[in-house]
Design a protein around this ligand. Sequence first.
Ligand SMILES: *[C@@H]1O[C@H](CO)[C@@H](O)[C@H](O)[C@H]1NC(C)=O
Ligand SMILES: *[C@@H]1O[C@H](CO)[C@@H](O)[C@H](O)[C@H]1NC(C)=O
Ligand SMILES: *[C@@H]1O[C@H](CO)[C@@H](O)[C@H](O)[C@H]1NC(C)=O
Ligand SMILES: *[C@@H]1O[C@H](CO)[C@@H](O)[C@H](O)[C@H]1NC(C)=O
Ligand SMILES: *[C@@H]1O[C@H](CO)[C@@H](O)[C@H](O)[C@H]1NC(C)=O
Length: 583
Amino acid sequence: MMLLSFTSLLISTCYGLVPDAYLPKRAPPDIPWFDWHRIQPSQALAYHDCYNGFQCARLTLPLDWHNSSNPNNISLAVIRLPATVPADDPSHGGSIIINPGGPGGPGTLYALGVARDLQRLLDGEKHYEIVSFDPRGVFMSTPSAYCFDNFVEAEIWWREKRAAGNLDSSEAALRYHWAMEEARGELCASTGSGAFGNGDNVRNHLSTAYVARDMLELVYKLEENKRGETGGERPLDVQQAMTAQGMPDHSAQLQYIGGSYGTFIGQTFAAMYPEHVGRMILDSNLDADNWVSLYEASVDDHEAIRDYFFKRCFAGGTKCALWRPEDRSPQDVRTRYDVVYASVKENPAVVSGQGHAKVVTSDELQWAFLMASYQPLRLFNVFAEMLNELYTGGHTALPFWQHVLPTGNTFYDEVLEYLIRGADVTTAIHCSDGPDLSGSGNLTGYQSYLANLTSGFPNAGALQAEFKLPCWSWPDNLRTKWRFDGPFNASVPILFVNNRLDTATPLKNAMKMAEQFEGSAVLVQDNVGHGALWPAGQCVWDWVKSYLDDGTLPPSGTVCGFPCEAFGGDCGDGLVTEALVRF
Ligand SMILES: *[C@@H]1O[C@H](CO)[C@@H](O)[C@H](O)[C@H]1NC(C)=O
Ligand SMILES: *[C@@H]1O[C@H](CO)[C@@H](O)[C@H](O)[C@H]1NC(C)=O
Ligand SMILES: *[C@@H]1O[C@H](CO)[C@@H](O)[C@H](O)[C@H]1NC(C)=O
Ligand SMILES: *[C@@H]1O[C@H](CO)[C@@H](O)[C@H](O)[C@H]1NC(C)=O
Ligand SMILES: *[C@@H]1O[C@H](CO)[C@@H](O)[C@H](O)[C@H]1NC(C)=O
């Protein structure tokens, strides 16, 4: 269960004793490459051309925002797609910082994937610059907080864990997962990756509070650069955006679009630094209070989305492989699914072909259903094809698994890294944001947590519970030195956007958080899946644009229609989904 849809499949890596030396040396063939080593980290936001039309910078920031005598630094990898007009053009809309979620999603890759589309979709009266960054510990930011020596090893760890079965499948599976997490926790604590010479560890400084503070600094730097580029007075150094009294310069304002876990970064920033919020658009929202506690309000919509699958499959007729001409209601499709499920629960299905041999278990089916429900438009089709193959006793039910099957072309370090196949940094961040659970250090406490979630959500509760599991054995000495756990409220008008049904971040979260940030509005898109912006219909983009351009919010609760449905007709050309990185 992850807060970027597809990273749920993913695991991790490890870089870092001499941080820079461990930056990736090359990219997989179909992904553009830029050698970040060529940039010397600096306290100024100094851009270098990169990735064909983008600009990159490495920004030096303190490791520990609360101890000015701590000499250690981190460097943030920052990327921008400049606006189409010069900074001093009156129609320049300023910088919009974007974040894809995760935790652990690399903003640099995300920007490569969406910045051009986003810039085009928002273009009009104003022309925006798009900026993103890899949060501390992540990807091209140094030092890295990945724990495994390489991504292949991380991938194997994850696959072994999956093969043990879901947490609710048996006591043995639970104990296996538990031990695997302990093993990884120990590795994270002992690896040189992320460790500094004096004993500091980047993982002690990774919570979202740090990310918000880093982002504030980035906002100051962007303001500083803007003054430079527009011929205004250019402040001199780190303190540039502070007034003489050391008070923040309120003219430095964040413009931000965050999705999924990126909404928590936004909510945290807005609660900590409300005076620096210019515009904030939060898509597919976490409930911040829940996130900083046990993270239980999350898969609430999954049952409804399963129902939606059966309903749409029935309505789609021949477009859905699991449908049969004699079907009289969605229940007939569901019954077919139940047959498949019961059958593979009894005997895992054997599938092979195209060089692969594997089995499909009922636990994997639960995973697959959850994953498919993140992106119905894209995945319900292939999911239905796989179910149909299993139903008819076919042995080649591979389509759904294609993207996760190891092949000579995918199962090597660089590719796995770029696919962000797993990020221990996800664990480091969400365990840091939540309460210290490591003290409770025994299985009993976790079991009652698991039991509660599985009783609330029979089909997804155990998968949801897996997300929090590592926090029970997260090493004490990696515990964060700083976290922000609320209150998550302020008087700042945020535009909350959410799909009507969202597997990982239900609409109720957006409704709740909008109440806590006075003046905010919720824009509902009548669609199903994780994330309302990719793809969004024109109605959503129009509201996003008018809010960015002049602050106009829709009446809260406004519902935007969506032009198509899973197993339905053509979606038209207007919809843009993320291209490069699939979250
Ligand atoms: C601040 O950092 C210095 C240098 O690393 C260290 O000696 C000191 O203990 C730190 N102070 C606190 C309160 O952590
Ligand atoms: C951290 O950055 C500051 C500012 O650039 C620099 O003065 C300091 O030497 C750096 N610390 C280390 C350990 O390199
Ligand atoms: C295990 O944890 C639970 C809840 O955190 C606590 O009540 C119990 O005493 C612990 N058991 C042992 C043996 O430490
Ligand atoms: C049980 O889980 C629900 C979510 O399904 C949550 O709201 C509730 O607080 C949990 N109760 C306990 C006792 O953990
Ligand atoms: C936020 O909530 C806290 C605690 O409930 C309250 O004391 C404070 O006044 C609230 N602040 C705002 C800006 O609403």
